[in-house]
Design a protein around this ligand. Structure first.
Ligand SMILES: C[S@@+](CC[C@H](N)C(=O)[O-])C[C@H]1O[C@@H](n2cnc3c(N)ncnc32)[C@H](O)[C@@H]1O
Length: 248
């Protein structure tokens, strides 16, 4: 399958997530062997630890960009207090419907305010310096304009707050790297075909990896957006990359 041309990518990606929303969580667990939970926990720890050190511990507010079914938003929310808030943003109405039902089912585990907003990550409908931190997980790769996505997150985070990106990295090692490529390029589309009955969506996933920058390229995008103290943490043998940068 050919990757969509740049001008068609937005509509292509939107249609794809509208289609796979209902079984997205199940497929995510299967293709990552449930490991996405640990990577997200690590990212949330870093996001919240920073706020304890640098900002007013009252009324903390966080943004989860490309929130999908709200998994990460609710992980953040479960660690916050009543007066805090989490906003999840996504452009897929179907993914957001799944997020809303997850929130309904979460019950007493969540005491802070959680809201889900439909919008474009490249044109965030929020004010400058509105949030204490912003995170995007497995979303950046899907944007038509990646630097614009990071620049928007940087704009809406207060000085001292963190911007985080969790996404694919570069698998390392003579055995692990080819194994990872086999899993991602061959097994993942097969899992997509079985679980989702949608091989094309999960063929796009490995193909999107070919145009997504390597970790050093993502660090550069962070720096060019004006973020400082930019760090790359390699997870899962390098196959997953967590980037952090601070708004000066
Ligand atoms: C792979 S899912 C990741 C969902 C979630 N963050 C997670 O880690 O499980 C990518 C999400 O990005 C959303 N997305 C892609 N491009 C977007 C855009 N331009 N604006 C807002 N959301 C977008 C999709 O609708 C989808 O829900």
């Amino acid at each position: 399958m050919a990757l969509p041309a740049q001008e068609q990518k937005h509509a292509f990606v939107h249609a794809q997530f509208e289609r796979i929303a209902a079984k997205y969580d199940l497929t995510n667990d299967v293709i990552s062997f449930g490991m996405h939970r640990f990577w997200k926990e690590r990212a949330v720890q870093i996001l919240l630890k920073n706020a304890q050190n640098t900002t007013n511990p009252q009324n903390r507010s966080y943004l989860d960009v490309c929130c999908g079914t709200g998994d990460l938003s609710l992980r953040i929310a479960s660690k916050l207090k009543d007066q805090d808030s989490v906003t999840g943003l996504d452009f897929s109405g179907n993914m957001l419907s799944c997020a809303a039902s997850r929130l309904d089912k979460a019950g007493d585990v969540i005491s802070c305010k959680v809201s889900f907003v439909e919008g474009d990550a490249q044109n965030l409908p929020f004010q400058q310096d509105q949030f204490d931190g912003a995170i995007i997980s497995f979303g950046l790769r899907n944007l038509t304009d990646l630097p614009r996505g990071i620049a928007e997150m940087t704009r809406v985070v207060k000085p001292g707050g963190l911007v985080l990106n969790l996404d694919l990295g570069e698998a390392q090692g003579p055995i692990f790297a080819p194994l990872f490529a086999l899993h991602f390029d061959v097994i993942v589309p097969m899992i997509g075909a079985i679980v989702q009955n949608d091989r094309s969506a999960y063929t796009y996933l490995p193909e999107s990896r070919t145009t997504y920058p390597k970790p050093a390229g993502i660090s550069k995008i962070f720096e060019e957006s004006g973020l400082v103290d930019v760090k790359h943490i390699a997870l899962a043998g390098g196959s997953v990359a967590l980037h952090t940068g601070r708004v000066p």
